[in-house]
Design a protein around this ligand. Structure first.
Ligand SMILES: [Zn+2]
Ligand SMILES: [Zn+2]
Length: 456
């Protein structure tokens, strides 16, 4: 700040000397920074909003109340809001994507995205505002629901950023689009919005930005990654079919439980034996379901797999490996040809690699260094986690950058580091962001990024 004031004083005295009148009423926009006192004044309300969202998490594709709340917050701030974007899923699915647009003169179009969905996790943080929400999944299983990925931090940060930018409207220009995205955890909310005509409803962005809270960093710090940052993600279902019968007469059956167990074990050899060692790859069997009673050999068992990789060859090797293993194991077990396993690659739930555009990333990094201090900006390695955020950039057509915001209480982080203990990661029932410093850093960071991308 002192440097800025000094520069302004110098500019003014130079202007006076040269008699340049236009500099006599200078705008500070090129050096505009967030309004910190206003943020502190807003903080109690923002914390209240965060806690309300945390208490009322909604699963992917069911973000009805969260979306309505975000829409009303943005509308109250003067944004033109369009709701109900993203109707491409199964019939009857409403689509809870929304955008708030604010036109503020000629200038770049910047889109800031916050995802809104929660996870089927039963919260065990013990916090006074811990979620007690329970729902029944389509499978019939009852589950708790929790903002275990911190998307409530994202929604609240978006509202906080909106408040800052509306209050500082004379310090930026262009078109600001704030986007609430459903169904990130099922990795199909962004593409649903795009396919539902998102870019017919709002101007095409010059820059697309998002933040994500991070369980591996103390609150107050941020992290950036240039280039490929998050892996592609592929979902596969295997319907393992057998021939059912009495549990006491296995010779009359082809047991799909044993076959599924065999497939799960053989799948472990695909990454270790079929993909190139220098290419990262992950294959995880996340669910296995089958059977109704202990003395019945069932007709089928269902496996749900998730795979990560960074290149298309590796992805195709994984897919081919899954098909080969499933069929091979079934043949070895004597399953009839018409009962071979059915392997389905779920195209709608594919997420490509998230690439942080290197040029835009440099600008984002510079803004973050300015607002949180260079010593608080980390260079983070690429991870095997995935995101559908890149879809909003139409897979490279518009530059995208996602930065990370530390979410762990700094004292807890220091203690865990000193003791060598592992802190709960996102998606854990114990993940508990320290909301105030996390929100403060997220809002300051995002506000600065937008101000610098839309200078007056
Ligand atoms: Zn997330
Ligand atoms: Zn997540």
């Amino acid at each position: 700040m002192r440097h800025n004031r000094l520069a302004l004083t110098l500019a003014l005295s130079l202007a006076a000397t040269l008699g340049i009148s236009s500099l006599a009423t200078p705008t500070l926009a090129a050096n505009a920074t967030p309004d910190r006192p206003r943020l502190e004044a807003d903080m109690p309300q923002l914390l209240q909003l965060y806690k309300e969202l945390h208490l009322a998490p909604e699963l992917s594709r069911m973000e009805e109340k969260t979306a309505a709340r975000l829409a009303s917050e943005l509308r109250a701030l003067g944004f033109t809001v369009t709701e109900g974007i993203g109707k491409y899923f199964s019939p009857g699915y409403k689509g809870y994507g929304l955008v708030g647009v604010m036109k503020n003169g000629d200038g770049p179009t910047v889109l800031v995205r916050a995802d809104m969905d929660a996870l089927p996790v039963e919260e065990k943080t013990g916090l006074p505002y811990a979620s007690t929400v329970k729902v029944r999944l389509p499978s019939g299983q009852e589950t708790g629901v929790m903002h275990a990925c911190g998307h409530d931090i994202h929604v609240t940060s978006l509202v906080g950023t909106a408040r800052q930018l509306v209050a500082m409207k004379n310090q930026w220009r262009g078109t600001l689009i704030l986007l609430g995205q459903p169904a990130e955890e099922t990795i199909d909310g962004a593409i649903a919005m795009v396919r539902d005509g998102l870019y017919d409803k709002v101007p095409k962005p010059d820059y697309v930005i998002a933040l994500h809270d991070w369980s591996g960093m103390p609150a107050g710090r941020v992290g950036v990654t240039s280039g490929p940052a998050m892996a592609q993600s592929t979902q596969i279902d295997i319907r393992v079919r057998g021939v059912g019968g009495h549990g006491s007469a296995p010779q009359t059956t082809r047991d799909p439980v044993v076959l599924a167990a065999s497939i799960v074990m053989q799948l472990q050899t695909i990454v270790s034996r079929s993909t190139a060692p220098q290419e990262p790859a992950v294959l995880t069997v996340g669910t296995i379901h089958g059977g109704t009673k202990r003395n019945i050999i069932p007709e089928e068992v269902k496996l749900e797999l998730n795979m990560r990789s960074y290149n298309e060859d590796t992805r195709q090797t994984l897919i081919a490996g899954v098909r080969r293993v499933a069929r091979g194991a079934a043949i070895a077990m004597g399953v009839p040809e018409d009962r071979m396993p059915e392997v389905t690659v779920i195209d709608a739930e594919f997420a490509p690699v998230v690439i942080n555009d290197p040029k835009l990333n440099l600008r984002v990094e510079a803004s973050l260094r300015k607002v949180v201090g260079a010593e608080n900006v980390d260079q983070l390695p690429a991870v095997m986690g995935s995101e559908d955020f890149g879809r909003l950039g139409l897979d490279g057509k518009f530059p995208t950058v996602m930065f990370r915001v530390g979410a762990v209480n700094p004292a807890e982080y220091a203690k865990a580091t000193a003791e060598g203990t592992v802190l709960p990661s996102t998606h854990s029932p114990l993940f508990a962001p320290d909301p105030e410093p996390t929100l403060r850093t997220g809002i300051l960071g995002m506000t600065q990024v937008v101000l610098d991308l839309m200078p007056r």
